[in-house]
Design a protein around this ligand. Sequence first.
Ligand code: SF4
Ligand code: MG
Length: 322
Amino acid sequence: NDILVKVENIKKYFALDSGVMGDKGEVVHAVDDVSLEIKENETLALVGESGCGKSTLGRLLIRLLDPSSGHIYYKGEDISQYSNRKMRKTRKEMQIIFQDPFASLNPRMRIIDIIAEPLTTHIRMSQKEKKQRVSELMKLVGLRSEYMMRYPHMFSGGQRQRIGIARAIALNPKFIVCDEPVSALDVSIQSQVINLLQDLQEQKDLTYLFISHDLNIVSHISDRVCVMFLGKVMEIGDTHEVYEHPLHPYTKFLLAASPVPDPHLRNQKKLVLKGEIPSPIHVPSGCRFHTRCPFAREICKEKEPPLVTREGRSISCHFPLE
Ligand code: SF4
Ligand code: MG
């Protein structure tokens, strides 16, 4: 498949205190030199512990945040410096689905206006056309269109997320960042929403960046998986291959710590990490995982391992597992 979205050496640093970077104020290295590609029609999952920069990276890809440096390509075009005006057309093709379907819906707006909002900002349409289009979208996400005049609080969590999805697909996007789209939902509802996302992907040729900390869901939905730690990519590869044979110690730890219902994985030896997650303000030298890695040697403290790609698998580690 062709590459739809590509990032090169993207960084996002936030300055604390003084607000001036390079000044005494401390700097959060939220996303720290990430390069990756997302192919047309695939689902790339982004996993890692909270605070590792997943959501920031997702927002950078669709230019909801401006990068500190680096490049973002959409369909081969460098959009990293596009002005808001220039982004308008591209933005129609890029959408986001948020984690909390309640916080992301305006409680004072009717469902019809929430779903139609992206449409009416881009296209002039009559009230009749708007109703027609919203009705189609509601059906597409499994909601009854008679409810379009209601307000968000009258819907359950799962229904609210369906409303968020209807809004996200209103402009026929190609690329959707799904930021923990089911983590706020009851487990019983999660698989319904996941199935809906998968159906829509098939029907509408969508490409997803699927941000999640739930490795079980990721194993169902994603083609490839990208593991992040402290703003950096540790490993990228085919989801099943990575799950079966993680090559980065951090990936192995994440898999061992998660209740994945696969007997093969359950039997893998547990990996116990030392200490706590370091702060993204004081990033450890060399391999930023070295303070926690049970396999760390001297060189790991001194030299940052580059991301090396072999046979479709990328790993950033001096001593990959075998
Ligand atoms: Fe562990 Fe060293 Fe690999 Fe980092 S580079 S993950 S510290 S073995
Ligand atoms: Mg997040």
